[in-house]
Design a protein around this ligand. Structure first.
Ligand SMILES: Cc1cc2nc3c(=O)[nH]c(=O)nc-3n(C[C@H](O)[C@H](O)[C@H](O)COP(=O)(O)OP(=O)(O)OC[C@H]3O[C@@H](n4cnc5c(N)ncnc54)[C@H](O)[C@@H]3O)c2cc1C
Length: 444
């Protein structure tokens, strides 16, 4: 029997203060938090209450794509059930004794993510969204989704609940060894977005390099750079928050693997099934464009130690078009106390068997230390690895009859999550509207 994930746990994102605000709002108590993006409520009840005749939506997957979509649907008054093989290990709710399903000892990809917001295309060096023919989505759509997500994170970061969610607005500095190349178009766009863009020539970036404590042979090659604001999410914390919130709004979370969308739809009497299964879409909906890109980050304690100084800015040396540097360097504070150092980009590598001794992990670390020498004194917490769920046709937020897909986010699931969720919820409403029209016609 599939087991609903039950019982409250000690990490509720709802502080006593918050709980108070949604009771009777007695005089003198703080008001309800404002709606995010004018349509998402942070309170553990739906914005629009469902009735027993409200449409029932079944979502597959327990990652950020599914939980964000569920939030949108619950606030629009739908009944929501989510089935997932695995749930975030950052919540004790994920442990479902006797469920017989779910590799609960393993964090899901959404937890592993460095969860740095990047203006698309991301800097991991893959030809993500450069595919132009026969695609599910294009770069303009990615940018719209990313900007919607940016606004969501920015609004949330300004509220007390932003701390509970684990989102912080950081400065992201990007470094280039020569001309920006493909990144030039991206830079031109970012300049006009009002996200605090600042560009640097060689003199300017050398000054920033000094301020940040960056040094060594890689830094010497840097000729250009820019910086802008960027949300960074502690994805363990955010997954916990999202699960609590979705459940608080009435969503039912079930630990269960699905092998057929049609069977699941019938069994749960769902009006629409939303497929957010990431990499599993390769088999579940037989999408041959879906493939894994293995990634890893080393987490270190972000506290002064020896020559290491606490890092507060996010730093990125994206894959370069200039010769003389290979790979990617990502140095991103995850929370107040943890810094993430990465990354690795390995296409079609399915095994999660990397260790601190693996050659590619050692290379990744050495590259980062060559760039930020103080890291050699930092205390290492451990290695986090996961498979980025890429699609050769880019992200799929599309409708297929009674199914809505929301998968294929590659290395940008957190960057795109909110925009994709809003679009997926809109597609769900389209199906419901059509069903109603069909039923009305049948009654005539
Ligand atoms: C090392 C690393 C660094 C990253 N850094 C960033 C970053 O800085 N910024 C960023 O935006 N993104 C980043 N990402 C990418 C991001 O993690 C993914 O894009 C995102 O997690 C995708 O979320 P998802 O919900 O679509 O899929 P997932 O998180 O993979 O969730 C899929 C869910 O589906 C469930 N499932 C699978 N099959 C079934 C089935 N048959 N039945 C029921 N349930 C099923 C799984 O159990 C899981 O819960 C990074 C990823 C990695 C690995």
């Amino acid at each position: 029997m599939p087991s609903p994930i039950t019982s409250s746990h000690p990490h509720s994102p709802w502080t006593s203060e918050l709980r108070h605000t949604h009771s009777a709002d007695p005089p003198g108590q703080p008001p309800d938090p404002p709606l995010l993006l004018s349509h998402l409520s942070l309170l553990p009840r739906p914005l629009q209450s469902p009735s027993s005749s409200s449409a029932h939506i079944l979502l597959l997957g327990g990652g950020v794509s599914s939980l964000m979509t569920s939030w949108h649907l619950l606030d629009r008054g739908y009944r929501v059930t989510i089935l997932s093989t695995s749930w975030s290990t950052s919540t004790s709710r994920a442990v479902v004794p006797g469920a017989g399903h779910g590799s609960l000892s393993k964090p899901i990809t959404s937890q592993i993510a460095a969860a740095l917001w990047e203006y698309p295309p991301g800097g991991c060096g893959l030809t993500e969204i450069e595919t132009k023919d026969d695609v599910y989505s294009d770069v303009a759509t990615y940018r719209r989704w990313a900007l919607e997500s940016f606004r969501f994170y920015q609004e949330l970061a300004e509220l007390p609940q932003g701390g509970e969610f684990g989102v912080m607005m950081r400065e992201l500095v990007q470094f280039f060894m020569g001309e920006l190349g493909k990144n030039e178009e991206k830079r031109e766009e970012i300049t006009g977005l009002g996200i605090g863009y600042e560009g640097f020539d060689e003199k300017g970036i050398k000054r920033v390099i000094k301020e940040l404590g960056v040094g060594g042979d890689i830094a010497e090659k840097v000729k250009k750079g820019y910086r802008h604001k960027s949300p960074v999410v502690d994805s363990d914390q955010a997954m916990r928050f999202l699960m609590e919130l979705v459940e608080g709004k009435g969503g039912r979370l079930v630990a269960r693997e699905v092998t057929s969308l049609e069977e699941a739809r019938r069994e749960y009497a769902a009006d629409v099934v939303v497929n957010c299964t990431g990499l599993s879409s390769a088999t579940l909906v037989r999408d041959e464009s879906v493939y894994p890109v293995r990634g890893a980050v080393i987490r270190v304690v972000n506290k002064d130690r020896g020559s290491f100084r606490k890092v507060t800015e996010a730093m990125l040396v994206p894959s370069q078009e200039t010769e003389g540097f290979e790979g990617v360097i990502l140095i991103v504070p995850r929370s107040e106390n943890t810094l993430q150092v990465g990354s690795i980009v390995q296409e079609n590598e399915w095994e999660l068997d990397l260790t601190m001794e693996s050659p590619e992990v050692k290379e990744m670390w050495d590259r980062a230390v060559r760039f930020l020498p103080g890291l050699k004194d930092a205390q290492i917490e451990g290695l986090a690895q996961g498979l980025r769920p890429f699609s050769r046709k880019n992200v799929r937020v599309k409708r297929e009859g009674w199914m809505v897909h929301n998968y294929g986010h590659g290395g940008s699931g957190w960057t795109l999550a909110v925009g994709c969720a809003k679009e997926a919820a809109g597609l769900v409403e389209e199906v419901i509207r059509e069903n109603k029209e069909r039923d009305n016609r049948a009654k005539l």
